[in-house]
Design a protein around this ligand. Structure first.
Ligand SMILES: NC(=O)c1ccc[n+]([C@@H]2O[C@H](COP(=O)([O-])OP(=O)(O)OC[C@H]3O[C@@H](n4cnc5c(N)ncnc54)[C@H](OP(=O)(O)O)[C@@H]3O)[C@@H](O)[C@H]2O)c1
Length: 270
């Protein structure tokens, strides 16, 4: 796609999963990409998995929820590629457990990762993205449509991205930056994908291979479409679209539907 030719993208949290799928599709469409993650080996493996394009793919190891590290990521990208057209705030971790069972540290950890991990790179990248009139895209989830049982910290942090996006769109309109938000549905996961358990420890999520979920490619295609069209909001999956439509008009009906299907949520949260 000509639109992405020689454009420069930073994708936070892109050593695997959705972030890596977005990176692969951007590179396949002619973009230059800066991958990011905290584990160096995983990041190197991700870089070499993008076949024949290693010269167009750089890596930056570090935790983007830390201000200095996020600043260093942006500087590294400017040094290597000279500009930034797209920042994709993809870093995010989920949690498991009802509020009554949760250690408050789970909320702190998720706000640190999912909110600060999006805010720090955004603030650092803004001056460069103003120059290219590029895009900042925030990867949210259908858990942000209505607070879900067993997922409160995850729902709360993904909902708060919307507030950031709405403010940023208004503030940066004069600079012609595109700011977008995408609500991703349940998607295929890597075999060792982690979430945060009620006591704050890490837990490995059950395989989704026997469930009907979105493929990584479906999600990455939706991301590229949103970047190209510079649209505000994408809600993925037919169920997600119905849910968002009803939530805006009849939130208590959505609550009733969730309560009626509680067993499905409990099963899905494993
Ligand atoms: N999978 C789904 O069903 C689904 C559905 C809706 C929305 N989403 C959202 O999509 C995004 C990606 O999800 P995913 O399932 O692909 O996740 P994943 O497989 O767990 O991958 C997360 C990536 O982020 C990196 N990472 C995590 N925290 C980081 C930090 N603080 N700084 C830098 N890198 C960090 C991880 O590498 P290291 O651990 O090595 O740092 C890894 O590369 C998340 O925002 C998630 O909430 C996912």
């Amino acid at each position: 796609m000509a639109y992405f030719q020689n454009k420069v993208a930073i994708i936070t949290g892109s050593s695997r999963g959705i972030g890596l799928a977005i990176a692969k599709e951007l590179v396949a469409n002619g973009a230059l990409v800066m991958l990011n993650g905290r584990d160096e080996k995983r990041l190197q493996a991700a870089q070499s998995s993008i076949n024949n394009h290693t010269d167009r793919v750089a890596i930056f190891v570090g935790d983007v929820a830390i201000e200095e590290t996020a600043n260093a990521l942006i500087s590294a990208c400017m040094e290597r590629f000279g500009k930034i057209d797209f920042l994709i705030n993809n870093v995010g971790v989920s949690s498991r457990g009802n509020i009554g069972d949760l250690s408050p540290s789970v909320f702190r950890l998720l706000f640190e990762s999912n909110v600060m991990g999006s805010v720090c790179p955004t603030i650092a990248a803004l001056p460069s993205i103003r120059q290219t009139k590029g895009s900042i895209l925030f990867i949210s989830s259908l858990v942000a449509v209505h607070g879900l049982p067993g997922l409160a910290p995850y729902s709360a942090t993904k909902m708060s991205l919307r507030g950031i996006v709405e403010s940023l769109r208004i503030e940066e309109a004069k600079n012609q930056i595109h700011v977008g938000l995408i609500y991703v549905g349940v998607t295929e996961i890597v075999s060792d994908k982690e979430a945060i358990a009620a006591d704050g420890s890490k837990t490995i999520l059950a395989s989704r291979s026997n469930k009907k979920v979105q493929s990584l490619e479906e999600v990455s295609s939706a991301v590229l479409k949103q970047l190209r069209k510079r649209t505000y909001l994408s809600v993925l999956t037919p169920l997600g679209k119905i849910n968002a439509f009803l939530q805006a008009r009849f939130p208590l009906l959505v609550e009733k539907i969730i309560v009626k299907n509680l067993h499905k949520f409990e099963e899905g949260n494993k």
